[in-house]
Design a protein around this ligand. Structure first.
Ligand SMILES: Cc1cc2nc3c(=O)[nH]c(=O)nc-3n(C[C@H](O)[C@H](O)[C@H](O)COP(=O)(O)O)c2cc1C
Length: 328
């Protein structure tokens, strides 16, 4: 498989982890990178430095020990503020700056950030010119296809981005108005790819290696970005890379291997977030792991109710240990 570039970075694979606020913290990014995600952007960080003192922002800006290149995603709408935020994050170790132009959440959209930017192309141009000019590292953007189905403008945004010197563009095949409803469409992504010189990354509803293959074939994109499909299954990148590189999906992991991944994940969460937040955040991942790997209801309830890391870890050990001891 031919390597491809984002700015000066050569990427070894075509499958990327999508940024997900509340999910893709440093432990989860590290796990997905271990299983072959070629890139894993941080959860979005506000460009407003006045909020950077909060624990949430500080945690989101922490990428110690992450493999290169480290991607930090910024959200904002003020060109000077975003430019400054990009420069400062590069000083703090970001090696690619990604700008969020896709978030549909009211909290973000209402502040004219995220996907709201797609409705103001001249602001997008000013903003990207300012960030690219200020950033010592490559700049990428992540967009939806438009604000609404009546206003699909991904191709024009891609053109503006290319002119500004942006290094790659990821497109979620839904509009802001769609939120997460219906199916992502890839026609727009294919059309943008056909008229855009910088790498295009396809995103939305890619939930298996075969879907990754068919989406790459259909769109001719340089890469695919997977979000929700990695929840409870960070090793999905191994399957995708196997199929894309060798034409076949590798044999399933052994249950004992999955058990060990889950326990490693818990350890990483406790160390990174500390006792209270670690247990709370681990609960979310444990729920996904339980969904993926049918765990008996009694065990599941006890596991999700545990309030200390030692109890949560011990129950996870027992619960997934029993599950792993059943012959596959
Ligand atoms: C819980 C959650 C949080 C998300 N947070 C972000 C974010 O911080 N930045 C961003 O650009 N997209 C965010 N997204 C959108 C995803 O990156 C991705 O575009 C979307 O989930 C579609 O891809 P998927 O079908 O593979 O999940 C989020 C999605 C989810 C489900």
């Amino acid at each position: 498989m031919s390597a491809w570039q984002i700015g000066r970075w050569t990427l070894p694979g075509r499958a990327l982890l999508a940024p997900m606020a509340g999910v893709t913290d440093r432990p989860f990014r590290i796990l997905c990178r271990r299983f072959g995600a070629a890139l894993a952007a941080s959860e979005m960080i506000t460009a407003d430095q006045r909020l950077w003192h909060t624990t949430k922002s500080r945690q989101r800006m922490n990428h110690e020990g992450e493999p290169e290149p480290r991607v930090v995603q910024l959200a904002g709408n003020d060109p000077a503020q975003l430019a400054q935020a990009a420069r400062l994050n590069a000083d703090l170790g970001a090696q690619i700056i990604d700008i969020n132009m896709g978030c549909p959440a009211k909290k973000v959209y209402g502040k004219l950030c995220g996907s709201a930017l797609l409705g103001d192309e001249s602001l997008v141009a000013r903003l990207l010119n300012a960030v690219v000019e200020a950033s010592p590292v490559p700049v990428t953007i992540k967009i939806r296809t438009g604000v609404s189905r009546a206003r699909i403008n991904a191709a024009r945004i891609a053109h503006i981005a290319t002119e500004a010197g942006v290094s790659a563009i990821a497109i979620h095949g839904r509009t802001r108005e769609d939120f997460f409803e219906g199916q992502a469409e890839y026609d727009t992504i294919a059309a943008v790819r056909a008229t855009t010189k910088i790498p295009v990354i396809a995103n939305g509803d890619i939930d298996s290696a075969t879907k990754a293959r068919s989406t790459l074939d259909f769109t001719n994109a340089s890469g695919v970005m997977l979000g929700r499909a990695a929840q409870g299954r960070p090793w999905i990148f191994r399957d995708v890379n196997g199929l894309l590189e060798n034409g076949e999906i590798p044999a399933e992991l052994l249950r004992t291997q999955i058990r060990d991944i889950i326990l490693t994940h818990l350890d990483l969460l406790y160390v990174f977030h500390g006792e209270t937040s670690g247990v709370r955040i681990a609960r979310k991942h444990l729920r996904w792991y339980c969904q993926q790997h049918t765990v008996t209801e009694g065990f599941r309830s006890a596991l999700l109710a545990a309030e200390t890391s030692s109890l949560q870890f011990a129950l996870a050990q027992e619960c997934f240990g029993r599950w792993a001891s059943v012959r596959q």
